[in-house]
Design a protein around this ligand. Sequence first.
Ligand SMILES: Cc1cc2nc3c(=O)[nH]c(=O)nc-3n(C[C@H](O)[C@H](O)[C@H](O)COP(=O)(O)O)c2cc1C
Length: 210
Amino acid sequence: MNLAEALQWRYAVKRMNGNTIPPGKLHRILDAIRMAPSSSGLQPFEVFVISNRELKNKIQPIAFNQPQIGQASHVLVFAIWDAYTEQRINDYFLLNNQERNIDDTLTDVTRKRIIKNFSQQTEQEHVQHASRQSAIALGFGLVAAAVEKVDSTPMEGFHAAQLDELLGFQEKHLKSDCILALGYRDEENDWALNLKKVRRPRQALFTFIE
Ligand SMILES: Cc1cc2nc3c(=O)[nH]c(=O)nc-3n(C[C@H](O)[C@H](O)[C@H](O)COP(=O)(O)O)c2cc1C
């Protein structure tokens, strides 16, 4: 399958068959999530990769009882930073400078500017900003899953506060943002399997300015 075919093949699966994703495929999907770009490179989120049956069963009722959660091989919970703290930004620059083997003084102006910018924003602005970065990573995961012929459901249909409580996010200074259920479609029971893919026409989405 080329990319266009993979994107046609994928759909938001409503029923999965419980089969497990091979580790190689899972790790390639996770790597794609890791490779997603983010504003200033900060990657202000963590992803919890849940295959534990008991935990999936506890998440399902929190997600309006959507069956994909319990039937998925892995449930990925994208959890965003609850705030862009100075510590988190400093940690990123430390990593950046170590990886690139450059002196901290070279990035000091940028680092301080980013800290200042975020210090002038509200908590809500931080969360909205982090959520946008997490959504891009979710998108990378969706595309990678399709390329691997792994089915998926992106999900925001869940009680965030309850999921935060279940996964102890408050203590970790995180907030649940979205879920990516990964697994395999249940061809016999998924009513969404053969639905025509509906997208707004190209002329409604794209304006060409030449
Ligand atoms: C951020 C986001 C949240 C979504 N939440 C849910 C959800 O909770 N449950 C679900 O079954 N589908 C969910 N969807 C799937 C969309 O309804 C679906 O992607 C859209 O209708 C287009 O259909 P397709 O993905 O099958 O092509 C979500 C999609 C996105 C991108």
